[in-house]
Ligand binder design. Structure first.
Ligand code: SF4
Ligand code: SF4
Length: 147
């Protein structure tokens, strides 16, 4: 009889402890996300691949085609081009391609740009079976973002 009550007590205790843990976790703030339907908000210092920045009013690229970022990149990831339209004083960007397969996210390009024309994106969930998926046409991406 004593053994019976001992087992009953042990079982009830373990049930109460288990329920206590369940209830504690039910009221705790949720720390997981319904990926891929939800995305994490990355911190300000997070470095995704570089991205061109557009003018706040016109949306056009801030890049003046000086080539500093291209020269600063130790991995040769950046290929850019520009042209001077007839009658214009400045060059305009015609192409800006990033080979993200070679990028070490060192930040030399962003630091070298004195025009605030490039920054790190917040993209963290890139995935693809082919290398070509990581060759980014940043000018096109900027145009798509600007609408
Ligand atoms: S972060 Fe570094 S490696 Fe990547 S594109 Fe810029 S300079 Fe090149
Ligand atoms: S350093 Fe800045 S302005 Fe110069 S080419 Fe690179 S992105 Fe354009």
């Amino acid at each position: 009889m004593g053994e019976y009550f001992k087992e009953l007590f042990g079982g009830t205790k373990s049930l109460v402890v288990g329920l206590g843990i369940t209830i504690k976790h039910m009221v705790k703030p949720v720390v997981t996300l319904q990926y891929p339907h939800e995305s994490l908000k990355m911190s300000a210092r997070f470095r995704g691949h570089i991205e061109l920045l557009g003018d706040e009013e016109t949306g056009a690229s801030k890049c003046v085609v000086c080539g500093m970022c291209q020269r600063a990149c130790p991995s040769g990831c950046i290929a850019l081009a520009g042209e001077k339209p007839e009658g214009a004083k400045k060059k305009v960007l015609t192409s800006y391609v990033l080979d993200f397969t070679k990028c070490s996210l060192c930040g030399q390009c962003v630091e070298s740009c004195k025009f605030g024309a490039i920054t790190f994106s917040k993209e963290y969930n890139l995935a693809g079976p082919r290398k070509e998926a990581y060759i980014f046409d940043l000018k096109k991406r900027l145009e798509e973002r600007s609408g």
